[in-house]
Design a protein around this ligand. Structure first.
Ligand SMILES: *Cc1c(COP(=O)(O)O)cnc(C)c1O
Length: 348
């Protein structure tokens, strides 16, 4: 009898946002605006080349990212989505049984990837729907190797500010890796939410994670990256599954990076819609924490499953977290209208 690792037996599977034909997909935090214009045509051309392996070092993409962020290319490591980069970071620093600290609830990939890497997850409860950085710093022990700071936090949408983040980084020993996951950076108010690379990028134990899956409209192609101290990036590159970032993903990401103005325009549309959706939901008497992301969080606790079913009956797919709340991605204005009408008719 083959014995699989017992630590994986109890592991919950990742629950992706459901996709149902004919419904509004407000469960996956993807961009509702689709691919960027420059990317679509080029992908069709590139499809003819997939009998060949991609450039394993993703040199063009790494160079473009280095220029984009004003850092040396040695500081960049890419992966098949920033989820894979999370896993690579864990494999780079976690020995069996080492502790990995993160807020909870946060990105559901953290506990899964931690267990896969052989680490022990330490979940620190949120405070008022946000990361409790004081409690997270206090949870760091001699066994802690890595801390995930999801900012803004998925699924609760709130963000920590500059002072709190800097104080936190000051408190965490410099042999513990701080991974600031900025998957939703493009939707955050730069006056309120720090850019971790600018704030902490010169520290020897800080890594910033970014993705092309959200504002850049490439969720299905799988490409993300981190900016890290050069020695850490070098180790993270060793833990990548060879060729995990396809040639299509590499080239699409380079093109998408060149469309900053369009990315910003689309993000601004989403931010405006987020304001409208938040106000309307609050006017209905629902609690809605202030979102800095492309989704809102409804802390409906025991009503979460019923609310989700009500939305599904109205052809809108949202993402429930049983007993805790419902995450609703900001979609196209007409999709948001459909959702708002459902929220208004719930128990109405
Ligand atoms: C969506 C998301 C990611 C990005 O996932 P990809 O693997 O890049 O598609 C990373 N972190 C958080 C918190 C997310 O919500």
């Amino acid at each position: 009898m083959v014995r699989v690792r017992s630590s994986l037996a109890q592991l919950p599977a990742y629950v992706p946002g459901r996709k149902l034909p004919g419904t509004a997909a407000l469960a996956g935090n993807e961009s509702p605006y689709g691919m960027l214009p420059g990317v679509v045509a080029r992908l069709a051309e590139l499809a003819g080349g997939v009998s060949r392996y991609p450039d394993m070092s993703a040199a063009c993409l790494v160079d473009a990212l280095a220029r984009h962020h004003g850092v040396e290319p040695e500081r960049i490591a890419v992966g098949a989505g920033s989820s894979e980069v999370c896993g690579q970071l864990l494999h780079a620093v976690v020995h069996p049984g080492d502790e990995v600290v993160f807020g909870w609830r946060s990105f559901e990939a953290y506990p899964i990837l931690t267990a896969v890497a052989g680490g022990t997850a330490v979940r620190v409860p949120l405070r008022e729907h946000g990361l409790d950085l004081d409690a997270m710093a206090a949870a760091v022990t001699a066994r802690t190797r890595l801390v995930f700071v999801c900012n803004p936090n998925n699924p609760t949408s709130t963000a920590v500010g500059e002072r709190a983040l800097r104080d936190f980084a000051d408190r965490v020993p410099d042999d513990v890796l701080i991974v600031v996951d900025e998957a939703y950076r493009e939707y955050a108010d730069p006056a309120r939410v720090p850019d971790a690379l600018g704030l902490l990028g010169d520290r020897p134990n800080v890594v910033v994670l970014r993705t092309f899956s959200k504002a850049y409209g490439l969720a299905g192609l799988r490409v993300g990256y981190c900016v890290a101290p050069a020695e850490i990036a070098a180790t993270v590159r060793k833990t990548q599954v060879p060729f995990s970032v396809s040639a299509l993903a590499q080239e699409a990401a380079v093109l998408a990076l060149g469309e900053g103005a369009e990315v910003a325009r689309r993000a601004a549309l989403t931010v405006a819609e987020r304001g409208r959706v938040t106000e309307r939901l609050r006017a209905l008497g629902l609690e809605v924490p202030a979102s800095q992301a492309n989704f809102v969080w409804l802390p409906l606790a025991g009503d979460s499953a019923e609310f989700t079913r009500h939305c599904l009956d109205g052809n809108v797919v949202v993402r429930p977290f049983a007993g805790e709340g419902v995450r609703v991605t900001i979609g196209l204005p007409e999709e948001n209208d459909t959702f708002l009408a459902l929220a208004a008719s719930w128990r109405g």
